[in-house]
Design a protein around this ligand. Sequence first.
Ligand SMILES: NC(=O)c1ccc[n+]([C@@H]2O[C@H](COP(=O)([O-])OP(=O)(O)OC[C@H]3O[C@@H](n4cnc5c(N)ncnc54)[C@H](O)[C@@H]3O)[C@@H](O)[C@H]2O)c1
Length: 396
Amino acid sequence: MSVEAERPAGSREGEVRTVGIVMNGVTGRMGTNQHLIRSILAIRHAGGVRTAGGLTIWPEPVLVGRSEAKLRALTESHGLERWSTDLDEALAAPDCEMYFDASATAARAEGMERAIAAGKHVYCEKPSASDLESALRLARLAREAGVKHGVVADKLFLPGLRKLRRLVDSGFFGRILSVRGEFGYWVYEGPEPPAQRPSWNYRSEDGGGILADMLPHWRYVLDDLFGAVKTVYTLGVTHIPERVDEAGRAYESTAEDAAYATFELEGGIVAQLNSSWCVRVNRDELVEFQVDGTDGSAVAGLRECRVQPRDATPRSIWNPDIEDPNDYPAGWLELPDQTEYDNGFKVQWEMFLRHVACDEPFAWDLFEGAKGIQLAELAERSWKKRRMLEVPELEL
Ligand SMILES: NC(=O)c1ccc[n+]([C@@H]2O[C@H](COP(=O)([O-])OP(=O)(O)OC[C@H]3O[C@@H](n4cnc5c(N)ncnc54)[C@H](O)[C@@H]3O)[C@@H](O)[C@H]2O)c1
């Protein structure tokens, strides 16, 4: 996708609404791939976001970061024109009404605060800040400034989880009893093969750690799909104490690289979610959730979802002395794709752009984002104290 798309011409004044977006941290992994290429550029290639009222929203990115060389290369390779290494200068542009931040977590709050002070609508990667206090401060600043605000909640828009939501909404499960989630894969320690994630992920002083990375996701997944999270107990572990960074230098892993968490949800549902960068994959997908209910069960991954209704549940008898007569994998039915599933980040971008341009509702604001950080902090505290903790209502 190196040739840039043309802004569509409106036949009447107001038919095309350009939304200038200062995009910070887009030279990073998530910023380049998911947000710039698969969302903003894909939206432009599709001719913009069309709204129910017949408006076309046309996103106009201005790339911001620290490295002139990287920004220039990224801008040129995608046929874009505008970039800057000066955030305040970019924020001063009157045609930019929105700011997006996918920089490393530790740098997020500062950029967001500057954007809010400049009166921009703000949207960002999760977590929205490095700690709960800063996340709530940002949310309140945005509310006071009267700007629109949002945080990425991409997992909810994955095909597998959208199929799972359909099952929950249709009552397929009966009473939901439990949710078991396995997330993870093996992240190389380096130097050979080189690590496939940035080294800051393994240093707590740089905002790393799997709790800060994954618990914000688990909060909105659990809250949205199954019921509000009421309690948490987590055991965090740094399994690999030393890794090798991008420059080939050994460093100490100061952040946890695995977290084994148990949650109680509203309605008595028990959720157990393992998150690990130190696990070799023996599942169909890098994340899988098994949901068991009185009337049926489902296993959902990033893309697929298979089900076993109550009446198709095989009779299992515990007897290790004989070969089990059941073919368990064969007892599950794969749900078909009943619709086309677009990239989850892009779908959420389209929603946020409609929120900005047409005031359509957007559920995942900075207060919702703060709840994810609250859960990550409580999970860490429960691990350090070695006891289960209540999840209190946030004072918004
Ligand atoms: N939604 C998801 O599924 C998902 C997945 C991975 C990461 N993330 C989040 O996305 C963010 C970026 O992660 P990534 O994996 O792309 O990281 P990355 O290291 O590849 O990219 C980070 C970007 O921030 C910039 N940056 C780093 N330190 C900075 C600083 N001090 N000041 C300003 N800019 C700085 C880098 O130059 C780069 O452009 C993180 O907050 C992470 O939690 C979200």
